[in-house]
Design a protein around this ligand. Structure first.
Ligand SMILES: Nc1ncnc2c1ncn2[C@@H]1O[C@H](COP(=O)(O)OP(=O)(O)OP(=O)(O)O)[C@@H](O)[C@H]1O
Ligand SMILES: [Mg+2]
Length: 258
């Protein structure tokens, strides 16, 4: 099987007169952590939205795990093995930790209301299995959270909410995890802890590929194997952090050099 998990070619997305992605190209290899960086409005989130089927591309092709997923619905992309988190935290705050994580299991569970009403035992067994999986997953991030599965997430600090969002994505057992600015709204120490978590997840789940959008260069330097830099919807540079951080075009576009 090819080492390439995701291959995006000539991908464009236009919103009226705004070209958010312009012939964008990106490859993600199996098992790597790829950093996606660029100035505000350069198209980073749009690339996630197009890959995950939230927006249909105006042009271009998306190959995932050997399958053409261009134009798939979000549900189809999720079932194919791509899970994500969002730039703004998207948890149901009044719901419990358990419920929020189980939402990520939706595609694999849920045989429907009538089936569950008639087959109470099967429903119970499925629920218990889901509970065990969710608890085991959250325990790898935080033992204390695993003991509070029925608490509403609204009372938790941002780092715990981000952990829960990552667990919600991971419970579907994706091959590709897309993280959109996971450190947004967190302190420096919290960011460091969360990045340790992400490195830990990658080391425990064989072949999991991660794409992370991040503004903090220290984070990018520490956790990525490779980076892609976007500017005005186009890829302007690609390479290790060492390579892209010394590239004059990147410095001008992103790092604020004269
Ligand atoms: N649904 C939409 N409708 C219209 N324009 C949009 C929409 N989504 C994104 N855009 C525009 O596309 C461009 C790229 O936006 P995008 O959110 O992808 O940038 P970004 O790189 O994620 O920025 P940031 O670092 O601020 O999160 C921007 O000009 C934005 O205003
Ligand atoms: Mg964004």
């Amino acid at each position: 099987m090819s080492g390439r998990l995701l291959e995006i070619t000539q991908l464009s997305k236009r919103f009226g007169g705004v070209t958010a992605l312009d012939q964008f190209e990106m490859t993600v290899n199996r098992g790597e952590i790829l950093g996606l960086i660029g100035p505000n409005g350069s198209g980073k989130t749009t690339s996630f939205n197009v890959v995950t089927g939230i927006y249909a591309p105006s042009q271009g092709k998306i190959l995932f795990d050997g399958q053409d997923i261009t134009g798939f619905t979000p549900q189809q992309v999720y079932k194919a093995g791509v899970a994500r988190t969002f730039q703004r935290s998207r948890l149901c705050l009044p719901l419990s930790i358990l419920d929020n994580i189980m939402i990520g299991n939706y595609g694999r569970l849920s045989k429907g209301l009538w089936f569950n009403l008639i087959n109470r035992r099967a429903f119970q067994a499925e629920f218990e299995e889901g509970f065990d999986q969710a608890q085991a997953l959250i325990r790898t991030f935080s033992a204390s959270l695993a003991d509070r599965m029925f608490e509403p997430v609204g009372s938790l600090p941002m780092i715990e909410r981000r952990r829960i969002e990552i667990c919600r994505a991971l419970i579907s057992r994706p091959k590709l995890l897309l993280l959109d600015e996971p450190s947004a709204g967190m302190t420096h120490d919290e960011t460091k802890q969360l990045m340790d978590d992400i490195l830990d997840v990658r080391s425990r789940i064989a072949d999991l590929s991660v794409v992370i959008i991040e503004h903090e260069m220290g984070v990018i330097e520490r956790i990525t194997d490779r980076c892609i830099v976007l500017n005005y919807g186009r890829k302007i540079c690609e390479g290790t952090y060492g390579q892209i951080s010394t590239d004059p075009e990147v410095q001008q576009a992103y790092l604020g050099a004269e």
